[in-house]
Design a protein around this ligand. Structure first.
Ligand code: ATP
Length: 870
């Protein structure tokens, strides 16, 4: 890119130019993906051949004189389209909920002076000024800087701050750029904006998060196939009804219109739409609960999950560490205090001590290491301290503050010369610092790793060789702390050497910190167990620490085991698979172990959810049936590989998502049951009339009314049904299970048949009783058909519980939907204007009793049949 170096320090942009650019390039904001326009969504509702046939037929009938009929049919089609539109529009809306990033302010050079503007108004070419504590408002290239460092964890997941340098006018390197959303941790800089809004690196990530993969789910695919099959069946039946009618001397045109209307009503064209809407609404509910589903099929798979493998730190625990104990060779110090508060007292053998009285060279060195071998930091912002970096390291800074040693003072005295960063394979990190005269290397890490790197130990300010006895003692001290759920970090150092490698170090001591479990996790673990899901902890932490926490949150019970990474290495894949059901905790594992663990569960046929944050976790996350990335701690790579992102890194959110997955599947079954049995009822009514040589029981406009009153609102309301009490008390569903399993097909068929038969019965009864008054008979049949569907929708609310257990009013949407449809029926039956259009007659009390007996009868017979089956 070309920068005009001559002008770079002058005025930045003029406010006029900035305004122009703002108009040209738009606001510096993270925006949601382009939406489908409302008009397009509406138009897509007519994307159906049969609807067009109906429209064409109606228009012809309108021209031929049946104007009122034609207008009503068109109105009904439009109303149907509006309902479809509402469903789809809500889906689009739900995606907007993903927008969560808010813009801070920015310091920009405008008209030659620094002014503070809304970060949204920053434009390309602006000169911005940032200093420690600021968030970078846009992607920019550094022109002038002083010791600038940035926390780019939001982009890279790496908590270590990166050093940045001014661009030298030649090749621009990564270290010359500042990225939007990152925080400046040190120094200051003047930089020129090169990208804003969605063109920034952050924008690209936001885009990725928003692009919910709209792959069709296996269930949707199966339903598509079923839908096609049903279309054929419906068309054949409609054909038979039409042809038979014509053969019996009915008007060809009337029969054709009946056939087409029946096809429109009976073909469950709304089914795929409702399934998609249910999935999308579910995704929206999950977002509200902090689970962002990236791949739609995951919603379905979630409901089948048998095993949830979760990281410990931050997911099961709070990741808010507090040092509770410092153990030197001959001294054990207990420390009080909560969270990251700088207040706390020191105790030895239960007696409170002044820190100065217990401070010796040994302890001092350990505290020096806490501060210097550390990449976290804090910034005082309006009397509040904001902490940045890895919580393990923050806890160490807080410990030093409690001992009156402040990081601020060390910053000026020591200069860091070298760092060997922490990685979860080595499980340690080192820094080399210089105070101008001497160089010292400080190392910290997991106890086993540190012991391996040490040859000496400092005791009473003397350095002596680290022999076996000493080592045993340290291991014992470590285990005692770990058993009490403390996470232990060991410290070591090395003096003045030319070659600073992690070898022959001097052992200093141990620090034990508490990372309390998240409060809600215990309940979620119990919920998992009740739901037949096995929760598994996977952690890099020590076996005993992991076990102690696992016991606290009941992830492990007395029959289950903890397996370490080393033990895992000695186990063949077959042996692992054989024993995997007994293991509840995997401790001291390396990221690559996770992949083997997922494989082992999968080979047993389990559906596995697996969390991950680091880059090395990506393969395991990808391999899992549900890969879950951490929203806060996770790296891009893991997020990309994942099917779901936990915005709050919380285990309980996974369980919530599983629960939601089950509810969605339940609801899909509910409205499939409803829609199909109703449609069978409609088709059968017409078909039975044909084979029984009866007059046509419903005219086209009435058929369409049934479709509108029942398939529309009530079906939609069913998709909003809340969770049933027992969703998390059932075993996970088998992924290969048919949507019609557990007798659903039988329920649909027998209910559909009963609706058809009862409607015909009411029709025949009225014909016989009222001297073949066809208008009245049709009104009774129409009312019976609609009422039986409105009764039936309540039965569809649960496959296991009766409506009286659930409470009639627990789904208010449904109550309103049913009332609306009922009022629609009353209007059509009683208001003269509609009577002429819909060819109906007012019903008297007795006729209503017939309607209710016939529609209610179905409910009773159906309950008896289902009761017997149950
Ligand atoms: P999880 O439970 O999510 O796997 P973890 O924190 O338990 O995370 P790692 O981060 O791999 O797992 O840490 C493993 C061990 O490495 C810890 O038990 C600790 O002894 C040590 N350790 C962790 N963080 C640091 C650090 N910043 N510097 C040095 N050692 C560390």
């Amino acid at each position: 890119m070309q920068l005009d170096f001559e002008n770079q320090f002058l005025d930045g942009l003029s406010s006029i130019e900035a305004k122009k650019r703002l108009q040209k390039f738009g606001y510096n904001e993270i925006v949601v993906n382009k939406k489908k326009s409302k008009f397009k969504i509406f138009l897509s509702q007519f994307n159906d051949f049969i609807v067009w046939v109906l429209i064409a037929a109606t228009v012809i009938s309108g021209i031929m004189g049946e104007k009122a009929d034609a207008i009503t049919i068109i109105a009904i089609i439009l109303l149907d389209a509006i309902l479809g539109f509402i469903q789809e529009y809500r889906t689009e809306k739900s995606l907007e909920a993903l927008k969560k990033l808010s813009a801070p302010t920015a310091k920009v050079m405008r008209d030659g002076k620094i002014s503070i503007v809304n970060a949204g108004e920053v434009v390309i070419g602006d000169l911005i000024e940032v200093e420690a504590g600021d968030r970078v408002p846009a992607d920019a290239i550094i022109i002038k800087s002083e010791a600038i460092k940035c926390d780019e964890s939001i982009l890279t997941g790496e908590s270590v701050s990166v050093e940045k340098k001014s661009y030298n006018g030649k090749t621009a390197l990564k270290e010359n750029y500042l990225y939007m959303g990152c925080t400046v941790t040190n120094g200051k800089a003047l930089a020129k904006v090169i990208a804003t809004g969605m063109n920034t690196e952050m924008g690209k990530i936001a885009n990725m998060l928003q692009s919910i993969d709209e792959m069709r789910t296996p269930l949707q695919e199966r339903l598509d196939n079923l839908g096609q099959y049903l279309v054929y069946v419906c068309l054949i039946v409609c054909g038979i009804v039409t042809v038979t009618g014509v053969l019996r001397g009915e008007n060809i045109y009337d029969m054709f219109l009946i056939g087409v209307s029946l096809a429109v009503a009976a073909i469950p064209e709304g089914l795929p739409a409702i399934v998609t809407v249910s999935l999308a609404l579910g995704v929206q509910r999950m977002v509200r609960k902090n689970a962002l589903v990236k791949k739609l099929p995951a919603v379905e798979t979630l409901g089948c999950t048998n095993v949830i493998c979760s990281d410990k730190t931050g997911t099961l625990t709070q990741n808010r560490m507090t040092v509770k104990k410092v153990v030197l060779y001959n001294k054990e110090i207990d420390i009080t205090g909560d969270g990251y508060e700088f207040k706390g007292d020191f105790f030895i053998n239960g007696i409170k001590k002044n820190i100065d009285s217990i401070m010796d060279s040994n302890l001092h060195k350990l505290l020096d290491a806490c501060i210097l071998c550390n990449n976290s930091y804090y910034i005082l912002d309006r009397k509040k301290i904001n902490f940045y970096g890895d919580p393990t390291e923050i806890a160490l800074l807080v410990l030093a503050e409690k001992a009156k040693l402040s990081r601020e003072k060390y910053k000026n005295t020591y200069k860091r010369i070298k760092e060997i960063p922490f990685d979860s394979d080595r499980k340690m990190m080192s820094v080399v610092v210089s105070d101008g005269k001497n160089k010292i290397m400080y190392t910290k890490g997991a106890v086993e790793s540190i012991i391996k790197a040490c040859s000496y130990i400092e005791i009473n300010n003397k350095v002596v060789p680290l022999d076996l006895n000493y080592k045993r003692r340290i291991i014992e001290q470590n285990e005692n702390m770990a058993k009490n759920a403390l996470r232990v970090i060991a410290f070591a150092y090395k003096n003045n050497e030319s070659n600073f490698i992690e070898k022959d170090l001097v052992f200093l001591g141990l620090v034990g910190m508490m990372d309390p479990p998240r409060r809600e996790v215990l309940y979620s673990v119990q919920e998992c167990r009740a739901a037949g899901i096995k929760p598994v902890m996977i952690t890099g932490d020590h076996k005993l620490t992991a076990e102690a926490i696992a016991k606290e949150i009941q992830i492990i019970n007395s029959n289950e085991l903890v397996l370490t990474g080393d033990e895992l290495d000695n186990l063949s894949d077959e042996k692992l698979v054989q024993n995997i059901d007994k293991i509840a905790v995997f401790a001291r594992v390396r990221p690559e172990h996770k992949y083997r663990i997922v494989k082992a569960y999968k080979s047993k046929g389990y559906i596995v959810a697996m969390t991950g944050d680091g880059v090395n976790d990506a393969p395991a996350v990808k391999e899992a049936d549900i890969g879950i990335a951490m929203g806060i701690q996770g790296t891009d790579v893991t997020k990309e590989a994942a099917a779901m992102i936990l915005m709050d890194d919380n285990f309980s959110t996974i369980v919530e998502a599983v629960r939601e997955g089950r509810v969605i599947y339940d609801n899909i079954r509910k409205f499939i049951r409803y829609l199909l049995s109703c449609n069978i009822g409609e088709i059968l009514t017409m078909f039975l009339a044909t084979i029984l040589k009866l007059p046509v029981p419903l005219i086209p406009i009435q058929i369409l009314l049934v479709n509108l009153a029942t398939d529309g609102l009530p079906a939609m309301a069913l998709s909003l049904e809340g969770a049933e009490n027992d969703v998390m008390f059932r075993k996970p569903r088998n992924r290969k299970e048919s949507i019609f399993s557990e007798g659903l097909l039988f329920k649909i068929l027998n209910r559909g048949a009963l609706i058809g038969i009862c409607t015909i019965l009411s029709f025949v009864y009225t014909l016989v009783k009222y001297d073949s008054d066809i208008v009245l008979a049709r009104t009774v049949a129409l009312s019976t058909l609609i009422m039986s569907q409105l009764f039936h929708v309540f039965e569809c609310r649960s496959e296991r519980q009766s409506i009286f257990n659930l409470g009639i009013f627990t789904n208010v949407y449904l109550v309103w939907a049913v009332l609306t449809s009922f009022v629609m029926l009353i209007i059509v039956v009683y208001i003269p204007m509609f009577q002429t259009i819909f060819k109906t007659k007012s019903l008297n009390l007795w006729q209503w009793i017939i309607v209710f007996i016939c529609s209610g009868l179905i409910s009773i017979i159906s309950s008896i049949i289902n009761y017997k089956r149950g």
